[in-house]
Design a protein around this ligand. Structure first.
Ligand code: ZN
Length: 394
C-alpha cells in the first residue's frame, strides 16, 4: 500500500491532499494496527513529519489511541497506534424472515446483537427496528455512534430513497432511510446485501488489493455485488448486479421478479429444494440446511438435487465472468458449508468456458456465520471518514 495518489493529483488544493493523506494513514492504522509512526511513514511513503501531524490530529479527534509501547530488543520503544474502539456503528441486516440489529466497533468487532422477525409490512418492521436502535443508543451513552448501516435483500435507490426491487422480501417500494434517521437523529445509509458483502470482503477480509471482484450471495435468491476497477458498481437507480434475474430459459418456472426461468430459479437454495421435491414428493417443508444434512447422511436424491443446483450456479456465473472478468468470485451462503460438493462443480463450469485471452477467476467460499452483511454495513458507515478504498489503495 503506497501513496501514489499525491502524485496523481498535482494541482489539487493542499486541503484535498491533506484529506487524502489523512485517509491513507487512517486506513493503514485500521488494517495494520498496532502500528508505529515509523512504520506508517515507511508504508505510506509520506514524510515522518507529515505522518506525525496527521496522527496528532487523529488522536485529537478521538479516532486513534496511543499505546501500548512496543517491545524491541534494543533502542527506542515505539508507541503503537490503534483505532479507538469507543467509536461504534449500528449495523442492521434486514432479511425476508428475520432482521438483525447489532453494535460494532470501528474494527468490525461485534459487541451485541438482537434478532427480530421481519414483518411483511415494512412500517411494522421499521417501528420495531427503530425501537431496537433506540435501545442501543440508550445503552451506548459513553460511546460515539458513527451512524446506522442497513443491508437490504433488494436494490435501494438512494437518489429517491426507495427500496425499488426486493422480490424475496415482497415489500412495496419503501423509504427505509428517512424514518429511522428522523427517529434516531443518526446518519443512516442503506445498501443492497450483495454490495454490503463486497464491502465486507474489501474492508475486513483484506481483499483491498483485488481491483475486480464479484460477490455472489446464494440463498432464497441469487444476488451479485460488483467491485470493478476498485469501485462498487451501483448503476442507475442502484440496480446494477441483477444477474440473478437474467433468464436462462424464458419458458422456465416463474420467478419472484415476475419473469420466468431466471438464473436464481435454477441456482438458488429454493431451486435445490424444488429439485429434491420433484424426486421425493413426500419431503415438503424442508429447509436448505435439512437438505445439506440429508446429502451428508447419504441421501442420494438430496445429493443429486444439490449437484443440479451447483451446475446452474456455475453456469450462471459464466455470464458474470464473461461480462466483468473478475479476478476473484466470492461465494456467500449456506452452500459454502458443503463446499466439497459445490466448489468443484462451480469451478469446472467456469473452466469449461474460459475465453481466449481470459482466465477463470479464483472462486472463494466465504465461510460466513451470517456476519458478512453486517460487517459490510460497518464499512458502509465508516466509508464517509475512511474514504472509498480505491482512492487510497494502490
Ligand atoms: Zn427473476
Amino acid at each position: 500500500m503506497r501513496s501514489t495518489v499525491t502524485r496523481k493529483i498535482q494541482g489539487a488544493s493542499s486541503e484535498f491532499v491533506r484529506d487524502i493523506n489523512r485517509r491513507i494513514i487512517l486506513n493503514l492504522i485500521r488494517t495494520r494496527h498496532p502500528i508505529s509512526r515509523a512504520d506508517l511513514a515507511r508504508m505510506s511513503g509520506l514524510q515522518r513529519s507529515t505522518v506525525s501531524l496527521i496522527v496528532e490530529q487523529l488522536i485529537a479527534e478521538h479516532w486513534v489511541l496511543e499505546g501500548p509501547t512496543g517491545r524491541l530488543p534494543r533502542g527506542r520503544r515505539p508507541t503503537f497506534l490503534r483505532l479507538n474502539d469507543e467509536r461504534v456503528i449500528i449495523a442492521v441486516d434486514i432479511r425476508p424472515i428475520q432482521t438483525t440489529v447489532a453494535l460494532a466497533d470501528a474494527n468490525g468487532r461485534f459487541l451485541s446483537q438482537e434478532i427480530m422477525a421481519t414483518s411483511p409490512d415494512p412500517k411494522l418492521t421499521m417501528t420495531s427496528l427503530t425501537e431496537a436502535i433506540q435501545r442501543l443508543i440508550a445503552g451506548s451513552r459513553r460511546k460515539k455512534i458513527e451512524g446506522v448501516g442497513i443491508s437490504v435483500p433488494g436494490r435501494y435507490d438512494d437518489t429517491t430513497d426507495r427500496l425499488v426491487f426486493a422480490p424475496n422480501l415482497k415489500w412495496p417500494e419503501a423509504d427505509i432511510r428517512n424514518p429511522i434517521a428522523k427517529a434516531t437523529g443518526l446518519e443512516v445509509t442503506v445498501e443492497n446485501a450483495a454490495n454490503a458483502c463486497v464491502l465486507a470482503a474489501v474492508w475486513f477480509d483484506h481483499m483491498e488489493e483485488c481491483r475486480n471482484l464479484v460477490v455472489v450471495t446464494i440463498s432464497e435468491g441469487i444476488g451479485t455485488g460488483v467491485w470493478a476497477n476498485g469501485q462498487l458498481v451501483r448503476g442507475a437507480c442502484g440496480m446494477a448486479g441483477e444477474f440473478g434475474h437474467v433468464p436462462l430459459d424464458p419458458q422456465g418456472p416463474p420467478c419472484g421478479c415476475g419473469g420466468r426461468g431466471c438464473w436464481e430459479v435454477y441456482g438458488s437454495n429454493r431451486a435445490a429444494l424444488r429439485y429434491y421435491l420433484e424426486s421425493n414428493p413426500e419431503a415438503a417443508d424442508l429447509t436448505f440446511q435439512d437438505l445439506l444434512s440429508r446429502a451428508e447422511q447419504g441421501d442420494g436424491k438430496a445429493a443429486a438435487a444439490l449437484e443440479t443446483m451447483a451446475h446452474y450456479a456455475g453456469r450462471g456465473l459464466r455470464m458474470v465472468v464473461a461480462g466483468l472478468a473478475p479476478e476473484r468470485v466470492v461465494v456467500v451462503g449456506d452452500l459454502t458449508r458443503s463446499w466439497h460438493r459445490f466448489g468443484p462443480i462451480i469451478e469446472s463450469e467456469l473452466q469449461a468456458q474460459v475465453l481466449p485471452g481470459g482466465a477463470a477467476p479464483r472462486v472463494v467460499p466465504a465461510y460466513e456465520d451470517g456476519m458478512a452483511r453486517l460487517r459490510g454495513t460497518v464499512a458502509l458507515v465508516l466509508q464517509k471518514d475512511f474514504g472509498n478504498l480505491s482512492e487510497v489503495v494502490r
